[in-house]
Design a protein around this ligand. Structure first.
Ligand SMILES: Cc1cc2nc3c(=O)[nH]c(=O)nc-3n(C[C@H](O)[C@H](O)[C@H](O)COP(=O)(O)OP(=O)(O)OC[C@H]3O[C@@H](n4cnc5c(N)ncnc54)[C@H](O)[C@@H]3O)c2cc1C
Length: 458
């Protein structure tokens, strides 16, 4: 079959790769000049360095991502820095670390030995997670995370120091608005999984080197297979007929549209009205998005904090928006070749500060925000000695970082009302919030569904 994929984010790339492995001739169209979508490397003009579009982390529970990397001949254990879950505030007021014990004892012992929560709060946390497990990780429908925590008698202090940062990091949605059911799914797959499911995986190379570059290389090698990569090609026209589709005038047997919801909607609206197509289009138009900001600071020399990832206490009133601090010198960077040796050495001087739901930050002048966050980091890390001098910075605000994960949001599956059209993306009904693993699972599901429907029709 001659199949097209529109969009080369992690979902579209996975779909293209899976279809290619299933023996189809794939044409992959991407509007940008680079692969990877929201999870890609970018050239920072101010730092004169390659950095990521935003700091990303994965969890041990993200098994499909690791399986895909292995399929490409890559070793996730080499490309990720992997460590036990450690939630530790930079100012030393909170620390929770899972212990090297079988699940669920690793977590139980971690919570019981946590500092910064009193014994009642620690037992309350264990009780709530145990109750959720007893409910098969399904809280009542329609609840926000805050409502669920309040019903679960979590203290305001436990919510503020533990649950709120966890919810924002996982769902990029404020706790009072975030969907408790989706949050429970994240807890099920991490806290309720094996002891390695809670591990934190931090990329040791840039996001494109993690696997998209290798995928492009392997697709590019298959000249005989008609698989083709069209970068800097924004698809503008989509038509569908019972036996195929037309994309900017070129015919294909089927297509997977793997853009975000606004761009996917723009293309699907061009198709003839099919059965149920209006409710489907209406569902796509209900998605809204929230920003994530990543401030990268370049230091005069590597700092070597004792832990690569630490919690910051934010204080938006003083423009101290920082929520998580990543120190690249606190874990080994990977040097693939001579050129990346220099990049890796430079990377060890970088700190990344992450701000989820960065809506409020956008209302202020960037220089004020940057200076306030530098002061915030300096103050909250005082116990580690003076921070080396900041020699440069780059602030990236991704306005549509993820969809807002609110209760009751209806998310479509990968099949559409049009027989030759599928969709893929982190916004489809993956059971996950807007995360990399969801994008990969969606890309896989779309490719398999297309293959089954066209090659082995029932
Ligand atoms: C700053 C930031 C931090 C994040 N942190 C994490 C994290 O720590 N962990 C985690 O798991 N997730 C994180 N995420 C979320 C993660 O990046 C996304 O879930 C994932 O990248 C989504 O992939 P996707 O393929 O679904 O969509 P996208 O990456 O948005 O890909 C869609 C692609 O389609 C292309 N496209 C759209 N329309 C057209 C068209 N008409 N023609 C051609 N091409 C088109 C776009 O250019 C784009 O490349 C973060 C996101 C951001 C922005």
């Amino acid at each position: 079959m001659k199949v097209a994929v529109i969009g080369a984010g992690w979902a579209g790339l996975t779909a293209a790769w899976t279809l290619h492995r299933l023996g189809h001739a794939v044409a992959l169209f991407e509007a940008a000049r680079d692969l990877g979508g929201r999870a890609r490397r970018v050239r920072s003009r101010s730092l004169k360095l390659t950095i990521d579009n935003g700091q990303h982390i994965l969890l041990g529970a993200y098994t499909e991502t690791q399986a895909l990397m292995r399929e490409l001949g890559l070793d996730p254990n080499r490309l990720f820095h992997r460590e036990r879950l450690t939630l530790q505030s930079a100012d030393g007021t909170f620390k929770l670390r899972t212990l090297p014990l079988p699940a669920p004892l690793h977590l139980l012992a971690g919570v019981l030995t946590a500092s910064g929560l009193n014994i009642k709060e620690r037992l309350g946390l264990i009780t709530l997670v145990a109750r959720l497990r007893g409910q098969d990780w399904t809280p009542a429908a329609g609840l926000s995370v805050l409502e669920w925590l309040e019903q679960g008698r979590q203290s305001p202090h436990a919510i503020c120091s533990f649950w709120q940062p966890l919810c924002l990091a996982a769902l990029n949605t404020p706790i009072a608005e975030a969907c408790a059911l989706l949050f429970a799914h994240v807890l099920r797959d991490s806290l309720g999984g094996t002891k390695t499911a809670t591990d934190v995986l931090i990329p040791r190379v840039d996001l494109s080197q993690l696997w998209p570059d290798e995928l492009a290389r392997q697709l590019g090698e298959q000249n005989g297979s008609e698989t083709a990569l069209h970068l800097a090609h924004t698809v503008r026209h989509l038509r569908a007929c019972p036996n195929g589709v037309t994309i900017d005038g070129n015919g294909f047997d089927a297509v997977i549209v793997a853009g975000n919801t606004p761009s996917t909607l723009r293309l699907l609206k061009q198709l003839d009205t099919a059965n149920d197509s209006q409710p489907y289009l209406d569902m796509l138009s209900t998605f809204s998005f929230l920003p994530i900001a990543t401030l990268t600071l370049q230091l005069e020399q590597p700092w070597q904090l004792p832990h690569p990832m630490m919690l910051l206490r934010d204080n938006p009133r003083q423009l101290q928006f920082g929520q998580w601090l990543f120190d690249r010198s606190a874990y080994p960077q990977l040097q693939q070749d001579e050129a990346s040796l220099v990049e890796a050495a430079n990377a060890t001087r970088l700190l990344h500060i992450v701000i989820s739901d960065a809506t409020a930050l956008q209302a202020h002048p960037q220089s004020d925000v940057v200076n306030a966050i530098i002061r915030q980091v300096q103050t909250q890390t005082r116990r580690f000695g003076a921070m080396p001098r900041v020699t440069g910075h780059d602030l990236i605000i991704e306005k549509r970082a993820t969809f807002a994960a609110r209760p009751g949001l209806a998310r479509p599956g990968v099949a559409t009302p049009w027989p030759r059209v599928w969709v893929a993306g982190d916004w489809t009904d993956t059971g996950y919030p807007g995360v990399l693993e969801g994008a990969i699972r969606s890309g896989r599901a779309a490719a398999r569904s297309l293959h089954l429907s066209l090659v082995q029709p029932t």
